[in-house]
Design a protein around this ligand. Structure first.
Ligand code: OAD
Length: 238
């Protein structure tokens, strides 16, 4: 572990073109459960599997049940950025890190001070009407009861990418460009199971691919440096 941290520290010190790509594991140390760990969201008992509730067709069919899940499981009060978010923001400020590409919808990278954050799956901190597209403050959607509605009668929805929905093309295009041009690509806190996000790794052309994840991933053999430790812990030491 020590030598791997030292190696990462050295790599970071020598580069000014680092890109970070992360997922739910980046926020677990802030108290937000991930999806696929044993105590993650997908292993909890719920009336329908979370992948079903978090789908476009389910949202259309049963927005009431969707919002019950959304407010109970996706919205978590009082969460703060952890050492991984904070160090990444600092690396950006130092001119070393070019972009944070995240699958998370919690806004914690921005809360930590990161400016260039590409949210592949959107954010629960934004809302809009699913009919007329008018934007709404997220508080009403995240805190209220029942199904939030627009003055046009449409259902207000979170600005997140539900299953069955396409990723924003511009965000995807920019993410690919950052990864393609990166000197170091650090991937962390993601099981690399969900596509197209997980496929972004294939655009990296360098020889400094760093993977920081508690459990193994299907891409472990691609990594030039692999650290199976808590990401907040790792970032507090580099
Ligand atoms: P997952 O829950 O699939 O994976 C999180 C990974 O982070 C797991 O492999 C954990 O071992 C690891 N992990 C947890 N805590 C960690 C820590 N402190 N340090 C390092 N690693 C840690 O989450 P994602 O890969 O983000 O999509 O899932 C991708 C997408 O699946 C999500 O964006 C969401 C979900 O369905 C949508 O909602 C569209």
């Amino acid at each position: 572990m020590e030598d791997k941290i030292a190696k990462l520290r050295e790599m970071i010190a020598e580069s000014d073109n680092i890109v970070f790509f992360g997922g739910a594991g980046v926020s677990t140390e802030s108290g937000i459960p991930d999806f696929r760990s044993v105590d993650g969201l997908y292993n909890q008992k719920w009336k329908y599997p979370p992948e079903t509730i978090l789908s476009h067709s389910f949202f259309e069919r049963d927005p009431e049940e969707y919002y019950r899940f959304h407010r109970e499981k996706l919205v978590i009060d009082g969460v703060k950025p952890n050492r991984a978010h904070l160090r990444l923001a600092q690396l950006e400020q130092e001119g070393k890190l070019k972009a944070v590409i995240t699958q998370n919808i919690d806004g914690l990278h921005q809360a930590a001070g990161s400016k260039n954050v590409l949210e592949l799956h959107g954010s629960i901190l934004r809302a809009y009407c699913s009919r007329c597209r008018r934007p709404y403050p997220a508080e009403q959607m995240n805190k209220g009861t029942g199904v939030p509605r627009c003055s046009c009668g449409g259902v207000i929805r979170p600005d997140i990418v539900l299953y069955e929905e396409a990723l924003d093309e511009d965000i995807l295009r920019r993410s690919i460009a950052y990864i393609r041009n990166a000197d170091i690509l650090i991937i962390g806190g993601t099981s690399l199971n969900v596509y197209p996000a997980a496929g972004l790794i294939n655009y990296y052309r360098g020889n400094k691919l760093v993977l920081i994840n508690l459990s193994e991933t299907p891409y472990d053999s691609y990594a030039d440096l692999i650290i199976h430790e808590k990401i907040g812990e790792v970032f507090s030491r580099v």
